[in-house]
Design a protein around this ligand. Structure first.
Ligand code: GLU
Length: 507
């Protein structure tokens, strides 16, 4: 058989913000397509009008732009199989559903809500109700009423749906690239609705029709769709279409491994489960995103790739191109992957460390602009170089360096209590005089002079360095004190020491 061109799709429903599990599914599709010289498409599955959320599609597009997953065909970009939004393909689906009725694989069902409710009460076994072979025979549909009556009902515009007729007593088998052989007995399937009374196809019909029309070769999607797969297999058979390969990806689990990762876990443990921030229109609730929390897109992607896939080596840091080289579905595991927020931060830290000071300075400049502060690039780069390894996330850059851009407004009480002694002001005054006498104010000169001063007075390092840092930084944090001093310059250092002497009182 001729080898099919690889065509994969990510097919989200715009029912809210995209969960990181969805981004991971898209990523695996993207890596798989790129690896095999194939095509990766984005298709928006918006046939469920009740669950449509305005803004969700734009959110999906922006998320992928941010994290660097570029689709070859999409609603935005178009392509040879356009349109890529199912609501724009609405008129196409009814004929497909009717063709299955003609072939005897589907039927019209005219049951009203009340009739369905009654059947649910009469027929449910242990609380579960299946619209299956047994139910079907008792209901009002084109298999139980004469064709003339069916035609009359259709002509009169009576509400109806089209249901797939599941054969009784059959085994549905298919091969899953991750799970291997999957076997489901038709006794566990019900006659799913393919076409609804509101004129829209269901997910199942639209999904299969579009995968066929868009010549999808591999369906790579989350495990939550595994129960739908046998139904899809039956649909392919009924239509007489070649089936794509299936690969159902493992679930993303909560950090403790108990159950699916949810938005609530993120809120509780303080990490995002969405790529970008999202504001719920109805409740006004704001959910944080990786972008806004200060993750780098390349770190986010690297971290996500490892939730379910491993390259089979000890290497953990991969650029998108490197991942494309080594990605394979064989290295995707069957069992769920536990999300580890600390590991997510670790990935980001690794990528922060790989940035040079000029790149980090760009982030700091944004913070400065937001605070209406202005400093030359060169200075900001020097600051970045000093705090370079202290920032796990982008906002840490500012948290670790703000005192290079403005003097402290308060002094940490604990440090004052421990480090500020009655003799401190006099010592610092002598230090100021010493600094004024120096030929230059390089880190090296300041260090040598400060140490000499300590030796001459027989003082320990901490007796002067801690109060000095308190005056300059406001607490005990920050990089090497002499580097800070050299960068801030003699005037600013003296100003801060003098302000400290006036303001800080020993407790
Ligand atoms: N529209 C489905 C979703 O929201 C797509 C599932 C599939 O990939 O078949 O995830």
């Amino acid at each position: 058989m001729e080898k099919r061109h690889i065509r994969v799709r990510f097919a989200p429903s715009p029912t809210g913000p995209l969960h990181i599990g969805g981004v991971r599914t898209a990523l695996y599709n993207f890596l798989f397509a790129r690896k095999h010289g194939g095509t990766c498409i984005l298709r928006i599955e918006d046939t469920d009008q009740n669950r449509f959320v305005p803004g969700a599609e734009a959110y999906i597009a922006e998320s992928f732009k941010w994290c660097g997953i570029a689709f070859d065909e999409s609603p935005e970009k178009g392509g040879p199989f356009a349109p890529y939004r199912q609501s724009d393909r609405k008129t196409l689906y009814r004929d497909y559903a009717e063709s299955l009725v003609e072939k005897g694989f589907a039927y019209y069902a005219f049951d009203s809500e009340e009739e369905l409710e009654k059947a649910r009460q009469d027929l449910s076994v242990k609380g579960t109700f299946q619209y299956d072979g047994a139910t079907r025979k008792r209901m009002k549909n084109s298999l139980t009423i004469p064709p003339s009556e069916v035609q009359e009902l259709l002509d009169s515009g009576k509400d109806h749906v089209i249901r797939l007729k599941i054969q009784e007593n059959e085994e549905v088998r298919f091969h899953d690239l991750i799970r291997g052989e999957v076997v489901v007995h038709t006794a566990n399937l019900d006659d799913k609705v393919l076409f609804k009374s509101d004129g829209w196809p269901t997910y199942h019909l639209a999904n299969v029709v579009d995968d066929h029309l868009m010549e999808i070769s591999h369906v790579i999607r989350g495990e939550e769709w595994l129960p739908s797969a046998p139904l899809h297999v039956l649909l392919y058979r009924a239509f007489g279409w070649e089936m794509p390969e299936f690969a159902h990806l493992p679930l993303l689990l909560k950090p403790d491994g108990n159950g699916k990762l949810s938005k609530r876990d993120g809120d509780k443990l303080g990490f995002p489960v969405f790529p970008l921030q999202w504001k719920d229109q109805a409740t006004g609730e704001l959910s944080c995103g990786y972008r806004e929390s200060g993750y780098l897109p390349e770190a986010f992607i690297n971290m996500l790739a490892f939730l379910g896939w491993n390259p089979g080596t000890t290497q953990e840091l991969f650029s998108m191109d490197e991942m494309i080289q080594v990605f394979s579905l064989e290295h995707v595991g069957k069992s769920g992957s536990r999300f580890d927020p600390a590991k997510a931060r670790w990935f980001n830290h690794q990528y922060m460390l790989r940035k040079n000071p000029a790149e980090l300075a760009v982030f700091l400049q944004k913070e400065l602009t937001a605070r209406s502060l202005s400093f030359p690039d060169k200075y900001v780069e020097s600051v970045s170089a000093l705090i370079h390894d202290r920032a796990e996330l982008i906002p840490d850059l500012w948290k670790q360096s703000w005192f290079f851009f403005k003097p402290p407004e308060s002094y940490d009480e604990e440090t004052v209590k421990k480090k500020w002694k009655p003799e401190t002001p006099a010592l610092l005054t002598d230090l100021v005089n010493l600094y004024r006498s120096l030929p230059d104010f390089s880190a090296h000169t300041v260090e040598a002079a400060t140490k000499e001063f300590l030796v001459a007075l027989n003082l320990g390092m901490g007796q002067i360095m801690n109060p000095l840092r308190l005056c300059v930084v406001g607490s005990g944090m920050g990089p090497g004190m002499f580097d800070i001093a050299a960068l801030l310059g003699i005037e600013e250092i003296i100003r801060r020491i003098e302000k400290g002497i006036q303001t800080i009182k020993s407790i």
